[in-house]
Design a binder for this molecule. Structure first.
Ligand SMILES: *Cc1c(COP(=O)(O)O)cnc(C)c1O
Ligand code: SF4
Length: 422
């Protein structure tokens, strides 16, 4: 299949007679999502045993696959990347000792329901538990896909109240679930209330609909979003086979409306844990004006152990990209720290050694070079921002570099104090 070929519903007998106006309607796609083994069996060949395992896994984490995404499944392969992400697997029932219910401690850092305030200046706002397609590798499986429900209006009111009373919040990241499964009116009401808060500088939305329900991103919808600029959309492509004429059009509609696009992939065993696949993915993303932002190490959520790779695999992928291809194509590989430590970047070592005089570095080709340090490297900063700043304003390791403290022993973290649970 060539990458930009439109998905052809005619290939699937179940969809052969669907009129294009239905097929291209996101509401139709959502209403006709495949939700059990019986339905799925009409789209892809399923063995009886497979169906049984699937029904069992569905007790723990439900299934929903849009007809569009189902039609993208390779009928001739049991181990294709689309299928692995969408179709329940009996391995989801395996619980490993290292599995955690809330590995990122999003609830531990949650001052009000549906809101996580982990970093000093930005929050994560979860507005729904609904997704168009439930990814088998979902990190939020403890809430997402457990019940099909959007955030309750009272919950959203409380979260917006929290944001408006915390002036340090300059960045709000709207996620879920998938925020683009909300009606346009409901999403617009959240956006306009956020925009009315003077200290909210930027809004970011994470949505997988460009990948699994590209019909959602109509020009009218993109125009609505563009009224709340500066607004960024991050999507979630994991494999170049997800880039189709439809998903490219969805991204074009957003980009044409002036909305910058980023991508967050999850490193998944058997799906994209290969430097060649990742390189092709990041190239295809730039062609549709999407900037690769993060690659996440698969976290320790329950029942996704079969998707995990070693951290070394992510480092190897970065090694294969940096220098070898366009710098803009290279995402940051991050491990989201269990226990709520946030995203920690991991990359190969490029600094080999140091002296007072020289730093020895190596490049992607293996060439070793030296950089000669300035004679007097230390100088105090006198910029106007530093002159105005009060001492010890800087937190964490960055603070150690700026003031006279000798050591850092975090006892009460700022984020714990914020949530009153030291
Ligand atoms: C990922 C995340 C953010 C945003 O992180 P950036 O590195 O700024 O993209 C904010 N809050 C929480 C809780 C997150 O998990
Ligand atoms: S789109 Fe995101 S929140 Fe929804 S199931 Fe996939 S990973 Fe989970």
């Amino acid at each position: 299949m060539s990458i930009h070929a439109p998905v052809n519903p005619q290939k699937v007998p179940l969809y052969a007679d669907v009129p294009p106006e239905d097929w291209n309607d996101w509401r139709w796609q959502m209403r006709h999502a495949l939700r059990n083994a019986e339905d799925l069996g009409q789209v892809i060949p399923l063995e009886r045993m497979e169906k049984k395992g699937m029904e069992e896994s569905l007790q723990k984490f439900r299934m929903a696959i849009t007809p569009y995404y189902a039609a993208l499944i390779d009928q001739n392969r049991e181990d294709g990347p689309i299928r692995a992400q969408a179709v329940p697997n009996v391995l989801e029932l395996v619980e490993r000792p290292s599995d955690l219910l809330d590995p990122l401690s999003e609830e531990g850092d949650s001052p009000v329901p549906g809101l996580t305030h982990r970093y000093p200046d930005r929050v994560l706002l979860l507005v729904t538990r609904v997704c168009a397609m439930y990814c088998r590798h979902c990190t939020r499986r403890r809430t997402v896909g457990q019940e099909d429900s959007h955030g309750r209006p009272e919950e959203i009111d409380m979260a917006l109240q929290y944001i408006s009373s915390h002036e340090e919040i300059r960045d709000v990241l709207i996620s879920g679930g998938d925020p683009f499964t909300l009606s346009t009116e409901r999403l617009e009401s959240i956006l306009s209330r956020l925009r009315a808060i003077p200290h909210v500088e930027i809004i970011r939305i994470g949505s997988r609909t460009p990948v699994v329900l590209p019909q959602r991103i109509t020009p009218a919808f993109a125009a609505m979003l563009s009224r709340y600029q500066p607004l960024y959309v991050n999507t979630h492509f994991n494999h170049y086979k997800e880039i189709t004429a439809e998903s490219a059009q969805a991204c074009a509609n957003l980009a044409n409306a002036g909305i910058p696009l980023g991508n967050q992939s999850v490193l998944l065993k058997g799906v994209n844990d290969c430097p060649r696949i990742m390189k092709k993915l990041v190239h295809e993303l730039l062609k549709i004006r999407v900037k690769p932002y993060y690659i996440y190490q698969c976290d320790l959520s329950m029942g996704i152990g079969h998707f995990r790779t070693s951290i070394a695999k992510g480092e190897q992928i970065i090694e294969s990209l940096r220098g070898h291809t366009t710098g803009m194509a290279v995402p940051t590989f991050v491990v989201d720290a269990p226990g709520g430590g946030g995203k920690i970047p991991v990359m190969p070592n490029y600094v080999l050694s140091h002296s007072d005089r020289h730093t020895v570095l190596r490049n992607y080709e293996g060439v070793i070079t030296t950089y000669t340090e300035p004679d007097e490297p230390y100088s105090e900063c006198h910029c106007e921002l530093c002159r105005e700043a009060s001492p010890s304003q800087e937190n964490g390791v960055a603070g150690l570099l700026q003031d006279d403290r000798l050591s850092l022993e975090p006892t009460v973290l700022q984020r714990r104090r914020r949530n009153g649970s030291s």
